[in-house]
Design a protein around this ligand. Sequence first.
Ligand code: LP5
Ligand code: MN
Length: 245
Amino acid sequence: MPHTLFIADLHLSAGRPDITSAFLHFMEHEAPEADALYVLGDLFEFWIGDDEPGELNRQVAAAFRICSESGTPVYYIHGNRDFMIGRRFAAEAGMTLLPEHQVIDLYGEPTLIMHGDTLCTDDAGYQRYRRITRWRWLQWLFLRLPLHKRLSIADGIRGKSAESKQDKNITIMDVNQHEVARQMRKAGVRRLIHGHTHRPAMHEFELDGRPVQRLVLGDWYTQGSVLTITPKGAELQNRAFRETA
Ligand code: LP5
Ligand code: MN
């Protein structure tokens, strides 16, 4: 059956070879069967520039390139941890970078896809931080710093973020339902797919009197999470990490 795959929030890092191995297994055995693969952000634990020479980045780029060259295109939307992924890495990986919000046609159903962080409008501290880190001139300056300096800034931000999350109410870190409705209405869709919140679910609700869906991908902390869309509908499944990992 024709199908399209979605993943997000793998948070790949050198420190978690089990996740990397589950991801590479998915790329080798599942992704090539699909019509397309969409990665909805936070594939990496963090990203400090395409010039970072790590082995993990090369492995991921090679896996994407093999996939797209074998006929399954790979599309990427930035997450809040890897928004610095740029054109150079995209070219190395043979993947297409998409804008933060994109409507795609999935077997006749227009579907809005995104990372999901822009839906969390109650998290004012994060939204402020997000706006600042998207300033082009700041990113330009950041990328000109030596790698060790960038790494220590990223560590600083991660520490501050973890600290501030401890004081945040759980609900402010979830999506704001008004913002969900607003973005779906603006895009003119009845289906939304995103990640970021790490709250995998298939929400069904009504928007302007019509049934709509919000499909949320899970993270890959203890198992994989894969969303499959076919002409008949959607399936959200887990993938156990293998023993050999
Ligand atoms: O990722 P997660 O789920 O843990 O938390 C997010 C929000 N946090 C973040 C930060 C990332 O986790 C770390 C990103 C590393 C990026 C490296 C590249 C840097 C490039 C810089 C280019 C200019 O996104 C968290 C949300 C949470 O999701 C739920 O939605 O709440 O947001 C925060 O916690 C943000 C805080 O509210 C404010 C953070 C203040 C940071 C201040 C930076 C000071 C700089 C220090 C430098 C030494
Ligand atoms: Mn995220």
